[in-house]
Design a protein. Sequence first.
Length: 127
Amino acid sequence: MNKTLLALITATVWISISEFFRNEFLLSAYWRDHYQHLGMEFPSAPINGAIWGVWSLCFAIVIYIISRKFSLIHTTMLSWFAGFCLMWIVTGNMNVLPFGILPYAIPLSFLETYLAALIIFKFKKGS
């Protein structure tokens, strides 16, 4: 298996685990309460998990592409902005973002992005 594919798979797995842990264990109550307040049920069907898996792969690909032109810190910052800030703007605009998660989600998502970028850089360094 080539190193690019292995880097993408490893980063995708890390992103998926991080997202699942943060949203299903740490912040689940925020999400469920917010959706209940909106008169909606929080989307947690298996298809929703699968879509998050696709998002994780797409995010890993974005990180990889950015990493080809920028340093680790710049890759992390640009990727975090593209992956999270833009998502929060859209979900906030749609009123489905519980803003109470942001004090937790911001540092954890930045750590998630940094470690995914580091994984990709480590694989690139070994090639």
